[in-house]
Design a protein around this ligand. Structure first.
Ligand code: ADP
Ligand code: MG
Length: 225
């Protein structure tokens, strides 16, 4: 088994009301390839902050992170975001005035990874894998349910042909039945396609289905099992 993402002694804090508050403290962790991780922890413990740093949207103050053995600084955060990872958000964050398939096509343009010539067909096929048939893929995303929008957002995260997916509370806006459907998609990504998936959640239902449950406690990640 190889390590997909290696975090070594990272620190991060915010200046708040004139004094500094440490959020991540000498945090180290190895995320292994092909596994489904959930990160749990109380509200305000720093889960979103951690995910932002792991996804290259923000930078740790000290310590290092490497992807497939290469330091993120060496890859460059812009290239890392563009070519190595995908992110799924609680509020889906799709482009509202586009259809599902158009959202996927935009994502395919926003990468340096080699893309197939028949992008549109590949896009439809990708959406179909996640239960979005062609007629739905051609609808404005605002005319789809929350669960359907999140399926498109997951397909979009994968459209640039990446193998590491982050999600921050991806089922936070969904009902329990839809939550189960979305989580089974994340599980399928690891089991069938060998992707590495890291999901922040406070749902026990979600974490139960993951391979590794990790708790963010006092600025560090601790294995729950
Ligand atoms: P979680 O996702 O676990 O709820 P966050 O990572 O969003 O936690 O936030 C951790 C703590 O850092 C919270 O107390 C939050 O208010 C604070 N925080 C988050 N972003 C900022 C910021 N830009 N400036 C100052 N404090 C922040
Ligand atoms: Mg959060």
């Amino acid at each position: 088994m190889s390590t997909k993402l290696k975090i070594e002694n990272i620190n991060y804090g915010y200046i708040d009301g004139g004094y500094r508050r440490e959020i991540l403290k000498d945090l180290s962790y190895n995320f292994e390839e092909g596994k489904f991780y959930t990160i749990l922890g109380p509200s305000g413990s720093g889960k979103t902050t951690l995910l932002s740093i792991l996804a290259g949207l923000d930078k740790q103050e000290s310590g290092s992170i490497s992807f497939d053995g290469e330091d993120l600084d060496k890859i460059g955060l812009y290239k890392y975001r563009r070519n190595k990872i995908g992110v799924v958000f609680q509020a889906y964050n799709l482009i509202q005035y586009l259809t599902g398939i158009e959202n996927i096509e935009v994502a395919m343009l926003e990468t340096d990874n080699p893309m197939p010539k028949n992008q549109k067909e590949i896009g439809y096929a990708l959406l179909e894998k996640f239960g979005i048939v062609k007629s739905k893929a051609e609808r404005l995303v605002t005319h789809l349910s929350g669960g359907e929008q999140q399926r498109i957002a997951i397909a979009r995260a994968l459209a640039s042909n990446v193998d590491l997916i982050f999600a921050d509370e991806p089922t936070g806006n969904l009902d329990t039945a839809t939550e189960q459907e979305i989580i089974s998609i994340f599980k399928m990504l690891t089991e069938k396609f060998g992707k590495t998936v890291i999901v922040v959640t406070h749902s026990n239902e979600v974490s139960k289905l993951s391979d590794h449950r990790v708790f963010l406690k006092e600025g560090k990640l601790v294995d729950l099992d």
